[in-house]
Write a protein of this length. Structure first.
Length: 443
């Protein structure tokens, strides 16, 4: 029922311990209050600290990785039993001496999975010299992706699709270097677009329909609410194009002498009407800026009608296409990647190296790694050769990681759990509380 000199029954104490392990102090106090237990957050944390540590048994397969106690400043090490996939201890730092001392105190490790940090490699060699070191495959692939991205950046010019050839004059394209063709294209664009052109066509059709019915000019004007002279002009025009002639095209105006200069500047990329007005004013233009804008409007409309050039994919997109599983590529992305590889022999070679490493990793053919590295040294990109140089510094662990079934996946999962548990403690996190929660919460 109870214990001597105790303020809580064992059942109530076990409930507070479970609450503290699950949601820590502040949230634990709120949850306990809803369950009818009056307890403060510090009391909940003291209950978690008082939980006795379990003895650490000999473990054949260990996993090591670092985690942030205070991000950017203080880091610790989590030790995971990869046979049971449970964490067994948290160390105060990630130095080689601390990890080596722990391995000396807990012998029996036969395989140690780790990342490629030099401190952990030295610690395992010192604390468990007979253990096989296994480099994590995820980190190997992550480093390869970084080398691929650097190579794509080096050849990013090849990502740009070739410019589309200029269409012929029959297709309606505007060539600004040909003044005669430019005038025709601008006039055609002006005629084909705009509310004024639409209204002119509608009135021309209506006037000719009424004339065909035998109506007089005066009657047509009253019906369409147009001046007699306007009706007469529409009635005399046999073709609507005769009515589209503007003052600019009918004869010489103030802007006529500056039209070649304006077209040249517009073709060069200067489309600002105010700026172009200032430039031609310095050259003797005496008209208004409205006239200049009216002249530029057909040029802008014709420019918008031109087909846009396809945009180049980003470096990150191409890196993803080169490093993802071929079956995961969409048909559209596969076509775009093939177009890029046709323009870039370097990226074609890079794809071959990436797929070769992927086959070694997925099929666990670590014994083929030396041949792959020799091929990269002979034909690979500089970033990929740098990647192989790093592999040779830790070659035995890398080959073991690409051959054995062991990996650091469970360790990475517990690192993410530690981040979540640490956030629940609202700045009161310390190594002892984290150890209690990480180890005992799993059980």
């Amino acid at each position: 029922m109870t214990t001597p000199w105790s303020r809580r029954t064992p059942v109530l104490g076990a409930m507070i311990d479970a609450i503290g392990l699950s949601v820590a102090g502040r949230a634990g106090a709120r949850l306990a209050a809803r369950l009818g237990v009056s307890v403060g957050r510090d009391t909940v944390l003291r209950a978690v600290r008082a939980i006795p540590d379990r003895p650490i048994a000999a473990t054949a397969v260990l996993g090591l990785d670092d985690f942030a106690i205070r991000r950017g400043h203080v880091y610790g090490t989590v030790v995971v039993d990869l046979v049971t996939r449970r964490p067994i201890d948290l160390l105060a730092d990630r130095t080689a001496d601390t990890v080596a001392t722990w391995l000396h105190e807990h012998p029996g490790a036969e395989v140690v999975c780790r990342d490629r940090a030099g401190a952990y490699a030295d610690a395992v060699r010192s604390g468990a010299p007979d253990a096989v070191q296994v480099a994590d495959r995820w980190h190997l692939w992550h480093n390869l992706v970084g080398a691929v991205e650097q190579t794509v950046i080096r050849h990013r010019v090849d990502l740009r699709p070739p410019a589309r050839p200029a269409e012929s004059a029959d297709d309606g394209a505007i060539e600004f270097d040909n003044e005669t063709h430019c005038n025709a294209a601008v006039d055609n664009t002006y005629v084909a677009q705009g509310k004024l052109a639409t209204r002119t066509r509608e009135r021309h059709t209506a006037v000719h329909d009424l004339v065909a019915r035998g109506m007089w000019i005066t009657g047509i004007g009253r019906r369409l609410r147009l001046d007699r002279r306007t009706v007469r002009r529409f009635a005399r025009a046999t073709d609507v194009d005769e009515l589209m002639t503007t003052a600019r095209t009918a004869g010489r105006t103030l802007i006529t002498g500056f039209e070649p200069y304006l077209r040249e500047r517009f073709a060069a990329g200067c489309t600002d009407g105010a700026r172009l007005t200032r430039e031609i004013t310095e050259r003797g233009y005496r008209g208004s800026d409205k006239t200049v804008r009216r002249f530029l409007q057909p040029l802008r409309d014709a420019l918008r009608m031109q087909p846009t050039q396809p945009t180049a994919p980003s470096v990150r997109q191409v890196t993803g296409w080169l490093t993802c599983r071929p079956d995961n590529l969409t048909d559209k992305d596969e076509i775009r990647l093939d177009e890029i590889l046709e323009r870039s022999p370097a990226l074609t070679t890079l794809r071959g190296h990436v797929r070769g490493f992927a086959e070694i990793m997925t099929e666990r053919r670590g014994h083929d790694l030396t041949d792959w590295m020799a091929d990269v040294d002979a034909t690979g990109a500089p970033a990929l050769r740098s990647f192989t140089t790093g592999l040779r510094r830790d070659l035995d662990a890398v080959i073991a990681g690409l051959t054995l079934e062991h990996n650091s996946g469970p360790v990475e999962g517990h690192v993410n759990r530690i981040k979540m548990l640490k956030r629940q403690m609202y700045g009161r996190a310390n190594l002892d509380l984290l150890r209690k929660r990480v180890i005992h919460l799993e059980s």
